[in-house]
Design a protein around this ligand. Sequence first.
Ligand code: HAX
Length: 426
Amino acid sequence: MAKLKEKLAQKIPQLRDEIKGFVKEHANKVISEVSVAQAYGGMRGVKALVCDTSVVPPDKGLIIRGTPIGELKDQLPEAVFYLLVTGEMPDNEALEDLKMDLKSRSKVPDYVWKTLEAMPKDSHPMVMFSLGILAMEKESVFKKKYNEGMKKIEYWDSTLEDCLNLIAKLPTLAAGIYRMRFNKGPRIEPDPNLDWAGDYARMLGLDDSTGEFANLIRLYMVLHTDHEGGNVSAHTCHCVGSALSDAYYAVSAGLNGLAGPLHGLANQMCLRWAIMVKDKFGGVPTEDQLRQFAWDTLKSGQVIPGYGHAVLRVTDPRFTAFHEFGSRVCAEDDLFQIVAKVFKIIPDVLREHGKAKDPWPNVDAASGCLLYHFGLTEFEYYTVLFGVSRALGMCSQLIVSRALGEAIERPKSVTTEWMKQAVAKG
Ligand code: HAX
């Protein structure tokens, strides 16, 4: 048995008993209330979901299974995936085992390429990515076993199989989409000797004589994996998965949420905004010019992409990691300098504007200019990179949910009339 599966088989029964006992003992303890503003305001702050893979304290940012993301930035994404699912870092043997396991599953079926080739040439890469995943749903081991009458306590095993099959194929699929969609020439086949993210970088086919582009993709894949359970992509995946839809349905659904401009698409928007700045001022603007440009954006009713967050109230540590990478690798790059200057100016502008609760940069504020620096200039593609990484978190959450035998989601909705009556009653 593969090491990851072995570890889970050892941990899950105990975890299941622990949670079962905990819920039984404290079933009626109230942990959160819901105000009218929260019900109409995206349920912000309502504690009604459980997610053990990661937490995002507003004053600290992402912590994966107890470890701040800043301390994981030099790890491989495979190791972070193992940590997300099991709660422990893999030792060398378990990491090598997982890397080889993923390599052995990386071939994307031919019918997926045929499906994608039949799509309109101007389809958004996120549509192609989500559809490519959905097209593979027929491969689901969970669905097959479910139809054969599998027991509930076995759900996690075949979900793990689906997730490993899916994760292994994502770099091949996503790189193939890049080359197809942006006319980059034939697809590049996976290399069995490379790590998951390093191979993804190679299959994109960009020049990488220094190896720093591969390092950037490894970092990118680590930083975007997970962001607790309530964000749109994670929550959508969880919700769809709670109906026992398999990982292909659930991850594809989560990615459709990631494709929104207020979520993962913000990285594409961010770079577009930085390029607009560069074009308007013919290079790096002065601080005054940048401040004015930001105000013009706000006055035209648009948001400053890459700034603000639903939960965070500090500079996103994932932004800091990208900023450090850029300072080391491409400090002289115009777009990086604009992004660095934006970081100096925008928090004050947003504070003065007075609307955003969080005036600080989020993960999307710096990643685009780094990709651009290495020649990945097609920013419509950036959310796909985010999606490849976020699939690690979505899959981890799905495996844990199945392990715990979580219930189908079905919160109660009420009408505005009901709200009015409830408020009138006091
Ligand atoms: N620029 C201008 N106005 C902003 C703003 C920004 N960067 N961030 C928030 N605001 C505004 C909101 O639009 C809202 O205005 P209204 O009252 O007129 O609706 C007000 O400030 C209060 O919003 P908030 O409570 O601070 O923020 P929300 O929790 O509602 O939304 C968002 C969080 C991330 C969606 C928001 O900050 C935003 O739109 N940011 C820009 C887009 C962005 O960077 N998104 C990526 C977020 C990270 C992520 O999920 N990546 O995938």
